[in-house]
Write a protein that binds this ligand. Sequence first.
Ligand code: ADE
Length: 254
Amino acid sequence: MTPRMKIEIVTLFPDYFDSVISQSIIARGQNKRLFEIRIIDLREYTLDKHRTADDKPFGGGGGMVLKVEPLAACLRDLGYERTSREGEKIILTSAAGKTFTQPIAVTCSLCTRLTVICGHYLGVDERLLSLFEIDEVSIGDYVLTGGEPAAAVILDAVTRLIPGVLGNFESALTDSHVEIGLGPPVYTRPEEYKDLRVPDELLSGNHREIERFRRLQALKKTYNNRPELLERLDLDDSDKEYLKTLEKKDNENK
Ligand code: ADE
């Protein structure tokens, strides 16, 4: 049986991924042939005996730039041409990329093939982006020493969305960012710990009450931690009413 999705990771540090791909959910997904991961050593595509993959930037300044030839040779060897085929996507990890979000993870999870190039040093020679259709992606507004941790994050966020990977797919549907901004707070046993009780609503057994409680609590978390997300949400009148009460409380405490 061919796997539903092929994932390739192009890196100067293939060993980095040993533990990443043996991690339980990713290993299980591979064993079930839901996807297949290939780690590709970029140095295999270098042209000189020192296996040089980087060089100094034209125009001066510190740092090194990943050379275009090995990367282009690697992508061509993988069968990529100027435009990608439907269902195929190339991502380059870069601090200068578009921010990786849950909708991008969903788009990637629907691909039949995803190739992630781990950027390094100052970045890659920009001409690579003229030769292939490549999406530059950043996992957040901070600078990593290399793209490997970013590729591991992308791999995790994408593979868990492939049907059959998670034991309980329903949990992926209630993830933060999927429905109503951030996810609601969650609790498990015991019902009481050092005078701290699990909210009565969650113990009520009343499904509608639980859903309503979770929605408002998720709104509250979004309001407190990521207020800029509120504008994008589809809020009904009672959500708006609830947010007004939060704002009012905030103003009273100022
Ligand atoms: N490489 C360096 N910093 C990065 C970031 N924030 N996201 C993706 N790749 C990176």
